[in-house]
Design a protein around this ligand. Structure first.
Ligand SMILES: *Cc1c(COP(=O)(O)O)cnc(C)c1O
Length: 416
């Protein structure tokens, strides 16, 4: 599918006058439609809720937008809990591993559903608070039917409990006063397969029946977590969320309805909700021709690290040259003193010039939030596009922000 950008060169040029590049732009309309379609696809399930994975895009303006659409939030740290508190999100899933007592205290105080990653974490929580009424346990089945013919294994995944531990944990939690129980599993990352959720559901629904039979506990919810992929490449097909919802409904009817069980389904998607609706906008600041041809831009891997660390593909549009033929093969690079600071390698692009503006696609999740300050680079601004206009929802860092955790004017002596 041809990848397009929901703004024009003229708009980006105008924005650049107020907000120097690089900056992120998020398309509110795109996010809204995505969430509305998700809720429509699962409307057959009373109680369905999306707990947006905050780590994907931890901006208060985005969280408010999602809250207004009925989303809760999935958190894994104190600051993520604070973000929920400040943006009025009350429906919180706390899905973290290696949790400190302080974090448990904060999560329980925020009224979050605690999703235990390990059986030993129950005692960890009890050091500071009582077991809450609603709890969840994270399952790691060891191996898992990824697609209809591929079996995946999770023996080296640090997340979740074995089945025996999960049963023991549920028993202990019941003894300690828990009343509503859920089970969670995340067995894929960036899956474009429409059978991923249905297959995961089959695994977890079957487990729910086994839990009812062996422990007499009827689960109140099952959390299918995140892992839903997006079409980073033009040749990939985006997930049809209605087909996914329908696939899960069939498995639900076959396994749960047929056995007289009703429970709510939760998801904790991050990438799927905001990923395709975020663009990193950057200006061309140089070109270089040595053994290969390079286009230099003012963004770096500090703004978007996925290509550098995963070799991830992010589509690039040269604004104003959407229909120009791709005449050149270039590496699009940032200015870090690291040779992996490349947004694209051997990419076919229209010929670019100094000052051209590039939009790097699918940067709306795990983009700005994974940013860092290597080489003294400052984190860039975030803008929200709504009704054709942008509003700044996070300013760019200034040098003073970089120095905020020390005193740059103080003479450091070895004694201090
Ligand atoms: C990262 C994460 C998610 C979101 O993953 P996406 O791939 O962005 O959908 C959801 N739940 C948990 C527990 C996670 O760690």
């Amino acid at each position: 599918m041809k990848k397009s950008v929901p703004f024009t060169l003229a708009q980006a040029q105008q924005w650049r006058e107020t907000y120097p590049t690089p900056f992120y732009v998020y398309d509110a309309a795109g996010i809204r439609k995505c969430v509305q379609d998700l809720y429509a696809a699962f409307s057959w399930n009373p109680g369905f809720r999306e707990y947006f994975a905050v780590k994907a895009l931890p901006n208060p303006a985005i969280l408010r937008l999602l809250r207004a659409l009925g989303c809760g939030a999935d958190c894994a740290s104190m600051t993520e809990l604070t973000l929920c508190e400040k943006t009025g999100i009350r429906d919180i899933m706390f899905s973290a591993n290696e949790v400190t007592t302080k974090e448990y205290e904060a999560a329980v105080r925020a009224g979050a559903i605690v999703n235990f990653d390990d059986i030993t974490q129950i005692a960890q929580l009890e050091k500071v608070c009582k077991v809450p009424e609603t709890v969840c346990c994270r399952y790691n089945p060891g191996e898992f039917q990824i697609t209809n013919d591929i079996m995946g294994h999770l023996y080296d995944s640090k997340f979740g409990m074995t089945k025996q531990q999960l049963f023991d944990a549920l028993k202990i939690l019941r003894e300690k006063g828990a009343k509503r129980f859920g089970v969670h599993a995340m067995l894929a990352s960036c899956s474009l397969d429409e059978v991923y959720y249905p297959n995961l559901s089959r695994e977890l629904f079957t487990l729910a029946l086994e839990i009812r039979e062996k422990l007499g506990i009827t689960l109140s919810f099952i959390d299918l977590s995140g892992g839903m992929g997006i079409a980073y490449r033009p040749e990939e097909k985006p997930v049809d969320i209605f087909a996914v919802g329908e696939g899960v409904r069939r498995v639900y009817d076959e396994i749960l309805t047929a056995n007289g069980v009703q429970l709510a389904l939760y998801t904790e998607m991050g990438r799927y909700i905001t990923g395709p609706y975020g663009y990193l906008v950057t200006s061309v600041i140089g070109e270089k021709h040595i053994y290969k041809d390079y286009v230099g831009v003012d963004a770096t891997a500090c703004d978007l690290m996925r290509p550098a660390i995963y070799g991830a593909y992010h589509h690039i549009t040269v604004l104003g040259k959407e229909d120009a033929p791709p005449e050149t093969t270039v590496d699009v690079v940032g200015s870090l003193c690291e040779n992996n600071d490349k947004f694209a390698v051997d990419r076919r692009l229209p010929a670019v010039q100094y000052g051209d503006i590039l939009a790097i696609h699918d940067a709306g999740a795990h983009g700005h939030s994974m940013g860092y300050n290597y080489n003294g680079k400052l984190r860039c601004a975030e803008l929200l596009l709504e009704n054709g206009a942008v509003r700044m929802i996070r300013r760019a860092e200034k040098p003073a922000d970089y120095f905020a955790t020390l005193d740059i004017d103080e003479a450091f002596s070895p004694e201090v």
